[in-house]
Design a protein around this ligand. Sequence first.
Ligand code: FES
Length: 87
Amino acid sequence: GFEIEVADDGTIIPVAQGQTALEALRSAGFDIPASCEQGICGACITTVVDGIPDHRDMYLSVAEQEANDCFTPCCSRALTPRLTIKI
Ligand code: FES
């Protein structure tokens, strides 16, 4: 697992092994827009402020993934113990 910090208000949310970041964010009360939940549509994209995402979507281009400044919480995870995002 890893944790997500929501930069907007400082909330820290643990993301368990068998759970998506989107599920963790939703159960913490953050209503993230999402559609496919499979990394295809891009609806769930959030901005990365700190940390390195483990991109698992097929929506972002390689260059966009390498920039590490956005993240699809429906399927992607983190390479760093904490990922700080802006919703
Ligand atoms: Fe479609 Fe995340 S909901 S890419």
